[in-house]
Design a protein around this ligand. Sequence first.
Ligand code: UDP
Length: 323
Amino acid sequence: MSSNHSSQKRILITGAAGFLGSHLCDRFIKEGYHVIGMDNLVTGSKRNIEHLFPLKEFEFYFHDVTKFVHVPGKLDYILHFASPASPIDYLKIPIQTLKVGSLGTHNLLGLAKEKKARFLIASTSEIYGDPMVHPQNEEYWGNVNPIGPRGVYDEAKRFMEAITMAYHTYHGLDTRIIRIFNTYGPRMRLDDGRALPAFFGQAIRGEDITVFGDGSQTRSFCYVDDLVEGIYRLLMSDYVFPVNIGNPDEITIKEFAEEIIRLTGTDQKIVYKPLPKDDPKQRQPDITRAKEILGWEPKVSRAEGLKITFEYFKNVVSRSEIS
Ligand code: UDP
């Protein structure tokens, strides 16, 4: 039975139709919240949340958060997860990427202030740029090229942290900042250009696997359920400084490609393509803070997470081949 009484917590999740946003909607519905999902569907897909449409605990607002945001009624929490988040996407729509991180964040901070809502932003490991410190802890300020191809994303996210902290300091707004490291799982877009969906798509379709550079660059991949748990715990905590959430299990991109070839049981070969400009050479979260403050650490191994994700992508590829 649904509880539509006034004590029910109400949460606004922007980027609700995206990979992370849609998993967050599921989680907060499960926790008994009234969830308002907002998205302009530029990179998100209704398919990720269509299972929620019949629920009266869920509402969907088709809206671009860079324009004034109006939500009637009370709001207890706002999670700002709207943004293109893959290098291919933010190269295609650089201005929107800058706007959603800056103007969008400003609008939502105004809304949070008006509603006295707790405000959590999705920041990113990208704010560390091509890091000179390894693994990256929250005290590191980063090494970002502001005018490089990734600058539109990295600087928007850095601005987002700055303005969020300013609202906390000057307006006493209750804020949280999470720095998300590479995350994967069902509902990632097959064509978003990221390594993981690219490799799965290529392996399943019987194409060569495209590794950029010599594949010696590293990443550390976190399964989406672990990330969502970290976000939930941070939101419920009283900690206002940035917290890294990610899986420290680091791997080179070449080894990662080989892992996916083995898992999919294909014998695709790896072909090497030029490394994109400013592609970080290494990335691994230092999660000491998350462990100490949130009692959080990832639980899902890459082997388990990749198996679940493979099943998802197999279905997506067969669906797209039929239609
Ligand atoms: N990458 C690759 N082949 C691809 C797509 C990406 O080798 O088809 C590389 C990319 O250059 C980067 C790593 O894989 O070094 C992770 O890329 P992704 O876009 O997934 O995430 P990000 O660079 O934002 O961490």
